[in-house]
Ligand binder design. Sequence first.
Ligand SMILES: Nc1ncnc2c1ncn2[C@@H]1O[C@H](COP(=O)(O)OP(=O)(O)OP(=O)(O)O)[C@@H](O)[C@H]1O
Ligand SMILES: [Mg+2]
Length: 463
Amino acid sequence: MDERILIVEDDLNTLEGLAEILSEEKFEVSKAKNGRIALEEVQKGNFNIVLMDYLLPDRDGLEISRIILERHPEIKIIMMTAFGSVKNAVEAMKLGIYDYLTKPIDLDELLIVINRAIKEQQLITENLDLRDKLQQTYSFDNIIGVSGKMQEIFKKILKVAVTDATVLIRGDSGTGKELIARAVHFQSARSSQPLIEINCASIPETLLESELFGHEKGAFTGAYKSKKGKFELAHRGSIFLDEIGELPLGVQAKLLRVLQDRSFTRVGGIENIEVNVRLIAASNKNLENAMEKGLFREDLYYRLNVIPIFIPPLRERPEDIGPLTDYFLKKYAAKNNKEISGITPEAMDILLQYHWPGNIRELENSLENAIVMTESSIINKTDLPGYLQSQDSEKSAGSFRLSEVLKANENIPFREQLQMCEREIIRRALKDSEGNKTHAARKLGFSLRTLRNKLQRFNLQEE
Ligand SMILES: Nc1ncnc2c1ncn2[C@@H]1O[C@H](COP(=O)(O)OP(=O)(O)OP(=O)(O)O)[C@@H](O)[C@H]1O
Ligand SMILES: [Mg+2]
């Protein structure tokens, strides 16, 4: 079957010229000379590709593209722009536009882009069947999420996976940034190529540059032979830079250059190495703050933040707690060879009430622990870690064993541990003041505004 292309172009010479050439290439071509006709055509026809002029007489090409993609996310839109400014390109990529070409159009380039788009589209059609299945089970590449917020993220992953745009994933510790990063790669047309992961925080600053970009023999003491860096290894695939906020300034400059030119030199080398790599980055740090302090380059931030994905903390999407619990119970029952049929409503209540500062990682650890400890086939309140149980009985007895909470959460960052304690103390102050915020603020030494902010942040306003 011939692939269908719609050309949207107000300059009639260009329109006819392109139509003729593409027909000769055995595409089935339709034409539209303005935005309104374009939308009507898209409504009628089953197009694979829309070739869109940026400037149209009635509406702007980006606007029309947005409408088309909303209704037909499977269509690949290729933008033709007379001025290839970065701003337009970034905006176009954000919308999910497949690619853009600068006028005058180079025909060879056009055909390459069209054929690549069609190939990727076939891949996506295969994925679409998968997506239907996913929506039934509410999971996506083993990422569980029934909440609207997670469903939005899944949609975004599918949309950005088909572009090469840089993705920046943000979210607190344990929210699933690594899972999302992998999904972006494995949903993309690069999925059969390597995904190279590197955690910027776990490599000493002195080695990081050579780890990322490689080095030549003799570049530094100990460099006995030359070595390829992660960027070279990731060629044609994706590179995942985790904890990007930890990147030293010197390496930031080099990374910026890769993003701009797609090329770099090895440490101690002079040869320019070109790579075709899709960058996915993640951070649980406040990068905006780091930028203000001069610890993170602003230009790099904007280059990275083309497609932002923010993963909300678990307490902001309580609907996900039930499905996640089911998922982890099955997973760890199987792993530990145990027959577990479920969880008691009482125990489930505790999980639903808790504010999960360590997010999904903490939930997962608690459930794994419960499965290992339980002697029955159903998870009971008493199988849960002690500090979760006490936070329930807390409501009546008022006992909070700080050491126990901290011990159970040893592996989460100190900042999170501090927040857990802070939340608990604020809760107590409020209780002690019978809910009177002014009194509680005074006892805590906060302004009323600070207290309000914290109550909101810790999800405490209900009490
Ligand atoms: N939506 C989810 N569905 C299933 N498992 C999840 C989900 N989100 C996170 N997890 C699990 O929770 C744990 C923590 O996730 P992950 O390592 O991706 O977090 P992170 O955001 O990278 O945290 P950190 O900032 O501490 O590195 C992993 O075991 C992961 O498999
Ligand atoms: Mg991580």
